[in-house]
Write a protein that binds this ligand. Structure first.
Ligand SMILES: Nc1ncnc2c1ncn2[C@@H]1O[C@H](COP(=O)(O)OP(=O)(O)O)[C@@H](O)[C@H]1O
Ligand SMILES: [Mg+2]
Length: 308
C-alpha cells in the first residue's frame, strides 16, 4: 500500500462506525485535524495530463486530433469525459493507458511519466474482452495471477478473486463461460477483472454503451456502490449526460475536433450516495444536466446537427 492510500484508509478507519470517503467527509463532520489531512489528499495531483497534443499520420498528411489537453486529477476522483463522437475522448484515454504516445506533452501518474501500458492502469472497453474459453472466475484469475504473482499466496488469490466478483454481484456465476451470461454480466466481469488488478487508475471507455437502459442503470448503481467501498481513481468516457452527472465528481467536456481540447469542466457537488429517482426532481441535478446539454448542443454544436 502506498503512502497516499495509507492516509485515506487511516482517515476512514478513524471515523468510528461509519466508513467515510474523502467526498463524504464534509457531511460527516470530521475533526479539524481530519479536515486538513483530507484536504491535502484531495488537493494533491495524482494523475496529470500535461500539455498533451497528438498527431496521427494519415495519407492526407498529419491529422492533429488533440491540441494542448491539460487535466489534473486527484486520488479517488471520479472523472467523466464527455464530447461528441470523434472528438478525441478515446484518444485521451488511450494516451493515459499508454496505448498511444502523445506527440507533445504526456501523462504523469503518481510522479512518474507514463510511456507504456501497465497493470496500474486497467482499462474496461465497451465490448468486454473476456476470453471465451475461460470461466468467469478464470478470466479474473488470469489477471490476478499476472499482477500478484509472488505477492499473494494461493488462498489469498482465491479470496481476492471471489471478493472482486462479489463486488460486481457475479458470485452466482463463477463457473459460467462468457457465452452463457448476458451482456451486462460480461461487463460486470470486465469491471471485476479490472478492479482485481488493483490499478492506480481505472479507465473505462463507454463501458455501458452497448447495454439496454435498464441494465445500464443497474451497472451505474453497482459502480457507485463499488466506488463507495474502493475509492478508485476513475476516468470514464460516456456520451450519456445523465450518466455523467450521476457518477461524476467532475465532468470534463471536450470541444469538437480536429485539434480538440478541454472546453469546460463542471464540478458536480451532489451529495453521495446518489439516488437516480430522487435526483430526477432535484433542481441542482437538473441544473448540472442542463449545463452539459448546453455545452454539447449550443456551444459545441456540430455543423451537421444544425441541419437536422
Ligand atoms: N490511429 C488513428 N489514425 C488516424 N486518425 C485517428 C486515429 N485514431 C483516432 N483518429 C481520429 O482522431 C479523432 C478522435 O478519435 P477518438 O479519440 O476515437 O474519438 P472519440 O472517442 O471521441 O469518438 C477522430 O477524428 C478519429 O478519426
Ligand atoms: Mg471513442
Amino acid at each position: 500500500m502506498n503512502a497516499l492510500s495509507n492516509v485515506v484508509s487511516q482517515l476512514s478507519s478513524r471515523s468510528s462506525a461509519k466508513t467515510i470517503s474523502p467526498d463524504e467527509a464534509t457531511t460527516a463532520s470530521p475533526t479539524k485535524e481530519e479536515m486538513s489531512e483530507e484536504k491535502q489528499v484531495k488537493e494533491r495531483v495524482y494523475l496529470e495530463v500535461s500539455n498533451t497534443s497528438i498527431e496521427f499520420p494519415t495519407k492526407q498528411g498529419p491529422f492533429k486530433a488533440l491540441d494542448d489537453v491539460n487535466l489534473k486529477i486527484s486520488r479517488g476522483e471520479f472523472i467523466t469525459l464527455i464530447g461528441h463522437s470523434g472528438c478525441g475522448k478515446s484518444t485521451v484515454l488511450n494516451i493515459i493507458a499508454g496505448l498511444l504516445q502523445a506527440t507533445e506533452g504526456g501523462v504523469i501518474l503518481e510522479g512518474r511519466e507514463v510511456d507504456e501500458p501497465g497493470p496500474d492502469r486497467a482499462v474496461v472497453f465497451q465490448n468486454h474482452s473476456l476470453f471465451p474459453w475461460l470461466t468467469v472466475y478464470q478470466n479474473v484469475e488470469l489477471a490476478v495471477k499476472q499482477v500478484f504473482k509472488g505477492k499473494k499466496n494461493k488462498a489469498e488469490m482465491v479470496e481476492w478473486i471471489e471478493h472482486n466478483l462479489e463486488l460486481v454481484h457475479m458470485s452466482h456465476a463463477l463457473h459460467k463461460r462468457p457465452s452463457e451470461i448476458s451482456g451486462g454480466m460480461k461487463q460486470r466481469v470486465g469491471i471485476a477483472r479490472a478492479l482485481a488488478m488493483q490499478p492506480k487508475v481505472l479507465l473505462m471507455d463507454e463501458p455501458f454503451g452497448a447495454l439496454d437502459a435498464l441494465t445500464r442503470a443497474h451497472l451505474q448503481d453497482s459502480l457507485m456502490e463499488i466506488q463507495k467501498e474502493t475509492h478508485n481513481t476513475v476516468v470514464m468516457i460516456t456520451h450519456d449526460v445523465d450518466e455523467a452527472v450521476l457518477l461524476s465528481d467532475r465532468i470534463v467536456m471536450m470541444t469538437n475536433g480536429p485539434a480538440a481540447t478541454i472546453g469546460e469542466i463542471l464540478e458536480v457537488e451532489l451529495a453521495r450516495p446518489r439516488n437516480r429517482v430522487e435526483l430526477a426532481d432535484d433542481s441542482q441535478y437538473n441544473h448540472y444536466r442542463a449545463e452539459v446539454l448546453k455545452f454539447l448542443y449550443e456551444r459545441q454544436r456540430k455543423p451537421d446537427e444544425s441541419a437536422a
